[in-house]
Design a binder for this molecule. Structure first.
Ligand SMILES: *[C@@H]1O[C@H](CO)[C@@H](O)[C@H](O)[C@H]1NC(C)=O
Ligand SMILES: *[C@@H]1O[C@H](CO)[C@@H](O)[C@H](O)[C@H]1NC(C)=O
Ligand SMILES: *[C@@H]1O[C@H](CO)[C@@H](O)[C@H](O)[C@H]1NC(C)=O
Length: 355
């Protein structure tokens, strides 16, 4: 009898696991093959070899790029180098990426591991940069002021909060006011891996100001990119492992009301919003298994989607760029400026093309 019980329990556990394996493979969109979609006049950006996880383009054509995420998902290709923030001037004919100097006495550069970034420009045209940082696998949000003349970032402040345990991305609404996605509930690597594998959907979105912070949306299976519409009225959240983008109405008191959800058959990563048209540009991973278990023989693919008229009944979704990993591996983000597109990756290169 005891044996039967043990067997039953084992059997149930195995069945559950098999189910889980199938649903896990669906969630990470395991091996979908990619039909190439090419863009004209593409060039890999000089100076970016090991990641361009996030990027943001200012209205004057200056682009900030975070590079050197010691990624939890891909093998670290440059283990000894700490992270950096790069600057590109997209007004140049052949723009290259320059490393920005970081100044400020209280900032530890050796453990700098930048992830999501967001800029805020105030009424005096001062530019602030918020950078998600993972020193020693923890999370902080670093506030910098951009010094254009000196080509440097002055570190102003390190923000830590118990509601910001595992931040992936931020979107600034003021120099020290932002929304953030936590891509995991847990911080401990072992618990994180189970949370991830079982798809507990415990990840969530937080607003933060120096005076208060709170959870404004929850129940995500890996909340990832977050962005805001040009008029500041709508917030977009990418739920990577559910293959969804959620649209929320933003209220003055920071709360978010769900408006609609769009479904995709790819892992949506970072969302950037065209300040002129309001279109969403999304870096995507069509084959998550290749991204999470990196094999140089079988590199992860890249896809870029454009979403127009997202608030209408029939948003238009276009696959603008797709590559099987031969040119560009693991695209995370795409952003446009004056007819050109810049595509970033988890730990690979960055591609600059005409549209
Ligand atoms: C995505 O890109 C936008 C704009 O380029 C930026 O505001 C945001 O922080 C990025 N997020 C992530 C996760 O890479
Ligand atoms: C926030 O504002 C919205 C819209 O005005 C309102 O419906 C909601 O009750 C407010 N929530 C809180 C917690 O004040
Ligand atoms: C990717 O596509 C290129 C050309 O379209 C092809 O030569 C290459 O073998 C493909 N690679 C993989 C890993 O599928």
């Amino acid at each position: 009898m005891a044996k039967l019980l043990v067997l039953t329990v084992l059997g149930l556990a195995l069945a559950l696991f098999r189910d889980h394996r199938a649903s896990f493979q669906t969630r990470i969109s395991a091996f979908r093959e990619v039909k190439p979609v090419e863009l004209p006049n593409c060039n890999l950006v000089k100076g970016i070899e090991h990641g361009s996880e996030d990027l943001e383009i200012l209205s004057n054509g200056l682009a900030f790029i975070s590079s050197g995420l010691k990624s939890l998902v891909q093998k670290d290709l440059e283990p000894d180098k700490s992270g950096k923030i790069l600057l590109m001037d997209l007004n140049e004919k052949h723009p290259t990426a320059l490393e920005l100097k970081i100044t400020g006495s209280n900032f530890d550069l050796s453990s700098f591991t930048p992830h999501g970034i967001s800029t805020f420009t105030d009424e005096d045209n001062a530019v602030y940069l918020l950078v998600v940082n993972h020193p020693d696998s923890k999370t902080t949000v670093e506030l910098f002021k951009f010094q254009e003349e000196e080509k440097s970032l002055l570190h102003l402040k390190t923000i830590r909060h118990k509601l910001l345990p595992s931040v992936n991305d931020v979107v600034a609404v003021g120099p020290e006011h932002f929304y953030a996605t936590n891509d995991h509930y847990f911080v401990h690597p072992y618990l994180r891996s189970w949370e991830f594998y079982l798809g507990l959907s415990w990840s969530y979105v937080v607003y933060y100001t120096p005076d208060e912070a709170g959870v404004v949306a929850e129940g995500f299976d890996f909340a990832n990119g977050i962005s805001i519409s040009p008029d500041g009225k709508y917030v977009y959240v990418a739920e990577s492992l559910a293959h969804k983008i959620h649209v929320y109405e933003k209220h003055a008191n920071w709360t978010l009301t769900p408006l609609k959800t769009l479904d995709f058959d790819t892992l949506v990563d970072n969302i950037s919003v065209d300040p002129v048209t309001g279109d969403l540009w999304v870096g995507c991973h069509p084959d998550g298994m290749r991204l999470f278990y990196h094999d140089p023989e079988n590199p992860p693919a890249s896809e870029v989607l454009r979403i127009q008229n997202i608030l209408t009944e029939e948003p238009k979704v276009t696959l603008v760029y797709a590559d099987n990993g031969t040119v560009l591996q693991g695209s995370t983000v795409a952003s446009v400026y004056k007819g050109k597109i810049l595509v970033g990756t988890v730990v690979h290169k960055a591609l600059y093309c005409e549209l």
